[in-house]
Write a protein that binds this ligand. Structure first.
Ligand code: XLS
Ligand code: CA
Ligand code: CA
Length: 441
């Protein structure tokens, strides 16, 4: 049985190819800095957007045409596993990610849900035996079901807190069973709609308690995956507690969780927070908490979490620059938390979309590697901050200055002389690198 009949394994054909089912820029075997693109980029497929998503939106029903939808319930869940492994092989992604509810339907009770999960997890385990595809991360969906209407770990209802804990416990066990390399917490409803009925302190303290319990349980069962929190400022709640990288970092520090968590940075969540993708990556990188990436993009005209496939090579270049400077993503990867548009309802669009995403990150990777090799930004930044390498600047950095010595320095200065920031030149240089990368090929 094959689920994608008209598609063979996607190959690299180079920038001149017109074949919609071929990579133009992503060459898995090409080496950059001693590593193949495949090894460095660690692409992941998001189970929910690729196999579970029906492309419905708040105003319209699903449009997706999927072979596996001729079944329902557990039969459909099993068909999806078959289709998923065929897709992973054909697109050549080595990782995948899922929520509990993506892989198996919820039963009438938590016990029945567990049974459904166990059946599917056994099946995935079997498929994994004949494949080198690995689990990048799994997670518990503690936001869709009405039981989480007031939140999960930050719910006003202790029973919802307990139910959420049970679901995470089960996913930690499954992560261990499937050799998951990371485990993600995205606080879908961990936030509030209004302060008028919210005990903000209790909710955040409970969230801290919940994360500690998760850390303890993972330790107890010997599950040593990297824990990741995925920041997002809003949607579905008005205010989400893991607002952005910086506020999540503050939360981790406040609750003594900093040794156990890194961040999963999503491009679209960055823009919802009013930041660039590279801002969130940079903040996480320089603070040693960049763990993994949800590779997508938003639509600045809409301002929702549209989860589009990455197509902006300027953005993928700056993102890959941060990832290169981070020394790669460690156990993390580039997970396409992205869905095809509602109008792209044919099954093959799933291939076109992933090819585009992989190609655009490959371009970004190549250009960013060249920028890093030529030390383009390093030179600019070194020069810009040169005043901190000698004299009074060096004293400031080394903690040898105080207000009295600074005043003395200022009194003798005359006036402060600044140098140009040269932003236009910098942008033109980036474009030059982008345009030159494939020139003549
Ligand atoms: C939703 C999030 C979600 C997480 C995993 O906006 O991106 O899909 O990645 O729960
Ligand atoms: Ca995400
Ligand atoms: Ca998202």
């Amino acid at each position: 049985m094959t689920w994608f009949e008209n598609v063979d394994k996607i190959k690299f054909e180079g920038p001149k190819s017109n074949n919609p089912l071929a990579f133009k820029f992503y060459n898995p075997e090409e080496k950059i800095n001693g590593k193949t693109m495949e090894e460095f980029l660690r692409f992941g497929v998001a189970y929910w957007h690729t196999f579970t998503e029906d492309l419905s939106d708040p105003f319209g029903v699903g449009t997706a045409i999927r072979n596996w939808d001729k079944y329902d319930g557990m039969d459909r869940a099993k068909a999806r596993v078959e289709a998923a492994f065929e897709f992973f092989e054909k697109i050549g992604a080595k990782y995948f990610c899922f929520h509990d509810v993506d892989i198996a339907p919820e039963g009438d009770s938590l016990r029945e849900t567990y049974q459904n999960l166990d059946t599917i997890v056994d099946m995935i385990k079997n498929y994994k035996k004949d494949s080198d595809v690995k689990l990048l991360w799994n997670t518990a969906n503690n936001f869709t079901n009405p039981r989480f209407v007031h939140g999960a770990a930050s719910s006003s209802n202790a029973d919802a807190f307990a139910y959420a804990a049970a679901k995470v416990k089960k996913q930690l066990e499954i992560g261990k069973e499937l050799g998951g390399e990371n485990y993600v917490f995205w606080g879908g409803r961990e936030g509030y709609e209004t302060l008028l009925n919210t005990d903000l302190k209790l909710e955040q303290d409970n969230l801290g308690r919940f994360f500690h319990m998760a850390v303890d349980y993972a330790k107890e069962i010997g599950f040593d995956a990297q824990f990741l929190i995925e920041p997002k400022p809003k949607e579905p709640t008005t205010h989400q507690y893991d607002f952005d990288a910086q506020s999540t970092h503050a939360f981790l520090l406040k609750y003594g969780l900093e040794d156990h968590f890194k961040l999963n940075i999503e491009a679209n969540h960055a823009t919802l927070a009013g930041h660039t993708f590279e801002h969130e990556l940079r903040y996480a990188r320089v603070n040693g908490i960049l763990g993994s990436v949800d590779a997508n993009q938003g639509d600045p005209l809409l301002g929702w979490d549209t989860d589009e496939f990455p197509a902006d090579i300027y953005s993928t270049t700056l993102a890959m620059y941060e990832i290169i400077k981070n020394g790669g993503l460690g156990s993390g990867g580039l997970n396409f938390d992205a869905k095809v548009r509602r109008g792209s309802f044919e099954q093959n669009d799933l291939f076109h979309a992933h090819i585009a995403g992989m190609d655009h990150f490959a371009v970004g990777y190549k250009v960013a590697s060249q920028l890093a090799e030529d030390q383009v930004f390093e030179k600019i930044i070194d020069d810009r901050y040169a005043s901190f390498k000698e004299g009074i600047g060096k004293d400031i950095v080394e903690g040898k200055a105080d207000f009295k010595s600074l005043e003395q320095h200022a009194l003798n200065l005359g006036e402060v002389e600044n140098k140009s920031g040269r932003l236009e030149l910098i942008k033109a240089t980036i474009n030059q690198y982008l345009l030159n990368a494939y020139a003549g090929k």
